[in-house]
Design a protein around this ligand. Sequence first.
Ligand code: SF4
Length: 392
Amino acid sequence: MGRPQETDGEAEGLFGVAELVAASAPAGAREGRAFRDGPEAARLLRVAEIHAEPGAAASWRGRQIIARFPGARLVETGSHWRIPHLHGNEGNVEHWVRVKRETLVLGERSSLTVRPNGRSADWIAPGLSNGCAMACAYCYVPRRKGFANPITVFTNVERVLAAIGRHVAATGPKKEPNQCDERAWVYDVGENGDCAVDDLISDNTADLVHAFRRWPTAKASFATKFVNPDLLRLAPRGRTRIRFSLMPPDDSRLLDIRTSPVPARLEAAGDFLDAGYEVHFNLSPVVVRPGWRNAWGELLRMMDDVLPRRVKEQAAAEIIMLTHNEDLHGVNLGWHPRAEDVLWQPALQQPKRSQNGALNVRYRTPVKHEAVEALTGMIAERTPWLRVRYAF
Ligand code: SF4
């Protein structure tokens, strides 16, 4: 991957979101050949149909996106939440992948609530997308819309950023360090999608990264399984934490459908650090299956071998044990039963009713404790530089 370009250096006010968004380059008009315009990006996204709420289509961001995909058919929709022939679990994986690759939804985000978290981040910010072009077999994002959910891009960017900015201002400086961060309040900006993939479509992720540059008491954070070199151009100046999700390559090939290979995520870490990101890792999900300890031991060895010293010096990790879901189990049996051989392990798992009433399963307490202990023990031995922020 190439070195980042110097993109700016001008002084910016603290909370002026409107001029920030207005100053962004039009989507697709990046200097030089952007990754988003190349063949690798097209393998993931080749937009042929855009379903848009009228307000979203008329918005500045909406018009940018529609102009970026001139060959796409525009279909008006009343609500980005209800497009029955797009969402849901009907059909098969080829159908879902086609929908994810060829369809976009444009909508306006109505909920602007910032929610407390305290684990991965201090706060969950209202995101600028929902849905994903990738198709990980364990993903919780489709639980509300169904597996065939393509990316919904929210176009009311100024409103969303203004809401986050108000929260940042009202919260003030962080007075006590915690595991999320020593000094800054951390806002997860990618709860329901992957911001690196969203950047293939529009400048929403760029706007988020640039907004957090203005907020010295706050830091953006998002997890990703996709290496998008265009993000290297955004000059986050240390105010965005990118968390590359990692699992043993064999598990990833089975479970992380349509994502960048794990070695590519590791190889990208140094470039992202040099570009001004803080680089952390999500060791997730940890799937307990025969041989899992050896596989994770090998992954840790790979991390120790591949990652440059400067990445190690600032790295930290989250460990997240697999949570699965009964409905998703049923869906996966229809298209990817081999994934369920490792994801669905009733002898090791117990039910857990989620806040929205869904029946999830997670590892039984002793299984989980033993696994976390084994993994943290391996980390202490093989990657002692890797601080574990929390295990969940
Ligand atoms: S990359 Fe993340 S959001 Fe996308 S399918 Fe995988 S787990 Fe879900």
